[in-house]
Design a protein around this ligand. Structure first.
Ligand code: TPP
Length: 231
């Protein structure tokens, strides 16, 4: 959707200027069930692969308090939340910047939404986070808000490993598309003087300190791959 009628994409696409959200219907659970065999299979896989990315999304959705803001920032977080989040109504208000596909500005958008809220959880990929490292400057006058910036650090643009065209490419092409790295985000938190948690187990998601906090999750890459393949 775009307010000026321009698509913002280089390929042919339809620009929608106005949407009546109340008229949209999306057969959410049926769609998910069709695409991923069954929720039952997913429920069986999650305890078997607790450190997979998808399992972390289940745990996050269980831990996030009722009435929170949830912001999903590209690319796998959007998909993995859709697949794995619990189907209990917690009155969450969900946002994303998915419209024009950009990974830039996600944390800024999230913080813009979060500043008027008591409890907000933004869940972002590591490259998406790196595109917006200056975003937390705005937090300096908002240290009383429970703003949680969760970074799913899988060491690069792992979304591309799911694309058939990339899977069949040479090692060099894959490397240049995926941008593998070993960077972690603790020093980013200290740069802005905000709390940091390196979440190793789901228990680390309880007792998060008051105020803005960066929560870094490094999912197990092997079990993430296994669970995706089984689904
Ligand atoms: C501004 C911009 N640059 C590049 C891209 C292409 N792109 C789409 S997803 C992605 C990788 C995202 O990586 P990460 O945030 O680590 O998330 P994950 O791969 O785990 O989904 C990139 C570079 C984009 N969408 N927008």
């Amino acid at each position: 959707m775009t307010s000026n009628g321009l698509p913002g994409l280089s390929r042919e696409s339809i620009a929608v200027r106005e949407v009546n959200w109340n008229e949209l219907s999306y057969p959410f659970s049926n769609e998910v069930k069709k695409r991923y065999n069954s929720i039952t299979l997913l429920d069986a896989l999650i305890p078997k692969y607790p450190n997979s990315e998808i399992s972390w999304f289940r745990r996050l959705s269980e831990s996030i308090p009722e009435n929170s803001i949830v912001f999903l920032g590209n690319s796998m977080p959007t998909r993995e939340w859709e697949i794995a989040a619990i189907r209990t109504n917690k009155n969450l208000k969900c946002y994303s910047n998915r419209g024009t596909n950009g990974i830039d500005g996600n944390i800024s958008t999230f913080l813009g939404v979060a500043l008027n809220e008591e409890e907000s959880w933004g869940i972002f990929g590591d490259l998406t986070t790196m595109y917006d490292l200056f975003a937390p400057w705005i937090l300096k006058n908002h240290n009383n808000k429970n703003i949680r910036i969760v970074v799913i650090n899988n060491g690069g643009g792992k979304i591309f490993s799911r694309l058939p065209a990339v899977r069949s490419s040479s090692y060099e092409v894959k490397e240049s598309i995926m941008n593998h790295h070993n960077i972690s985000f603790e020093s980013w938190a200290s740069m802005w003087g905000i709390n940091y948690i390196n979440a190793m187990t789901p228990n680390d998601l309880s007792n998060i300190p008051k105020g803005p906090t960066i929560i870094e999750i490094k999912p197990d890459l092997e079990s993430s791959e296994v669970i995706w393949n089984k689904l």
